[in-house]
Design a protein around this ligand. Sequence first.
Ligand SMILES: Nc1ncnc2c1ncn2[C@@H]1O[C@H](COP(=O)(O)OP(=O)(O)OP(=O)(O)O)[C@@H](O)[C@H]1O
Ligand SMILES: [Mg+2]
Length: 158
Amino acid sequence: MSGRRHSLTLASPDATCAFAQALGSRLSAGDVLLLSGGVGAGKTHFARCLIRALLLTPEDVPSPTYTLVQTYPGTPCEIWHADLYRLSDPTEVIELGLTEAFESAIALVEWPDRLGDLTPSGAIALDFTPGAAEDTRHLSLTWSDPRWTTRLKGLTDD
Ligand SMILES: Nc1ncnc2c1ncn2[C@@H]1O[C@H](COP(=O)(O)OP(=O)(O)OP(=O)(O)O)[C@@H](O)[C@H]1O
Ligand SMILES: [Mg+2]
């Protein structure tokens, strides 16, 4: 099956947060979200909103800039938040336990280009780009696994 694609405009940080929460509520174990876009594009903002909505108990959701991964107990399963910008070697992805988490947890990965061959084929890619106004972002979603077509039904307008 060939891939699918959808684009939307996020007019404010709140709009991004609302979309993240709506998508988050549909996720289950084994779902991997690849969050790409330049520095300040909104990847962490999106991930933070999504994770906060699924946390079993409220806690801070810091950017995993230096820790590379943060894990959270959530509903319906553990949530992994990774920022691979500072990854030194792709094999580190295995050492961090990320490849296992791709199977058993919900995983959100910033700078997913670092995954190389370890990129899960069933993942959905979310690419954030700046819009015309300071608080506007364009988000393009691409996937090939049909499960995402179901997940996104009613969330995106086609
Ligand atoms: N529509 C929007 N959606 C998301 N963030 C927005 C939007 N408009 C403005 N922002 C602001 O842009 C910034 C995005 O920062 P964020 O840390 O999420 O970027 P990032 O993509 O994770 O960058 P990095 O590559 O450094 O990790 C935040 O300060 C956020 O408030
Ligand atoms: Mg970030």
